[in-house]
Design a protein around this ligand. Structure first.
Ligand code: HSE
Length: 303
């Protein structure tokens, strides 16, 4: 049997659209047991149970597992998979990336495929399309990721400062990444691209010189948040809170609708409450989830 624990992720960090991601101490837990050919069984508990069913066509874990074998023109071996998911689904916390990684890692194990780390990442990104979620979930910490022309994935990882807390406010409604990308323009004014490049270039100075007050500038964005805000009641008001007084930086988590505030742990509760109050004023319930960054990434144990 193999056990896999894969951290959730938050991507973009405002200006780092489609580039940066952070792994979170919130996990998809999966056990995989080889079975005789013909047995293909999955049991799912936890977050998203009502959405994810055991059908191979409606969950990313078995769908990507089958995809790996289809890509290699190999028969799918028998399996029994048990899943316990802690990650809210379709909320901008990288749950689909963790599910696709779980499927690829399960396929590698069941088929004795001996895939390298980069082959696992390339396969997962080929299926899921978002290296800014896949790479932090695989490697942990803060990652910058590039999908090269040949389909391989180049990434670098940095440990995130452990003194910082991320406060996620997770509204009760869903937005698919597909929908959140459809609202983006096909082209942008040069001044908006420069706006983001100038801000994202300050990310490392803000995080690694301890100059956290720069984060409110780093998370400002003109490439995705302004276009996605109309899908999320209250988002405009929440982004207006990003003035450095409530948190170091406030931004949309991935493609939303969850928001993220970077704070010191002692300010986490008040930051979460203020943001949840905005959702409440729009008659939307939201969960407040203070979470630290996972600097380790995927854990695999064989029993
Ligand atoms: N960077 C992607 C987006 C992440 O914002 O659309 C999707 O999870």
């Amino acid at each position: 049997m193999m056990k896999v624990r894969i951290p959730a992720s938050t991507s973009n960090l405002g200006s780092g659209f489609d580039v940066f991601g952070l792994a979170l101490r919130l996990y998809l837990n999966v056990s995989i047991e080889p079975q005789p050919t013909g047995i293909q069984d999955m049991h799912f508990t936890g977050e998203g149970k009502e959405i994810v069913t055991a059908s191979k066509t409606s969950n990313f874990i078995t769908e990507s597992l089958h995809q790996v074998f289809a890509d290699r023109r190999l028969a799918v071996p028998g399996y029994r998979i048990s899943v316990h998911n802690e990650i809210p689904v379709l909320r901008g916390l990288g749950s689909s990336g963790t599910a696709v990684l779980a499927g690829v890692i399960a396929a590698n194990y069941l088929g004795k495929l001996e895939m390298t780390d980069n082959e696992i990442l390339a396969e997962a990104v080929h299926i899921e399309k978002h290296p800014d979620n896949i790479c932090p979930s695989y490697a942990g910490g803060l990652t910058a990721a590039v999908r090269l022309e040949d389909g391989s994935v180049l990434y670098r990882k940095w440990k995130f400062p452990t003194e910082l807390m991320l406060v996620f406010v997770v509204p009760e409604f869903f937005i698919s990444t597909k929908r959140a990308r459809e609202v983006l323009p096909k082209s942008y004014p040069l001044k908006d691209i420069v706006f983001n490049l100038q801000r994202v270039s300050l990310l490392f100075e803000a995080l690694y010189s301890g100059n956290y007050s720069l984060l409110k500038i780093v998370v400002e964005d003109r490439l995705h948040q302004p276009y996605r805000a109309p899908l999320i009641p209250g988002m405009g008001k929440i982004l207006a809170l990003n003035d450095g007084s409530l948190a170091y930086g406030i931004f949309l988590s991935g493609s939303g609708p969850t928001t993220c505030a970077i704070t010191h742990p002692e300010n986490a509760e008040i930051a979460g409450k203020k943001i949840a109050d905005v959702f409440a004023s729009e008659h939307i319930n939201a969960r407040i989830m203070p979470i630290k960054v996972d600097n380790i990434g995927v854990r695999i144990s064989n029993k």
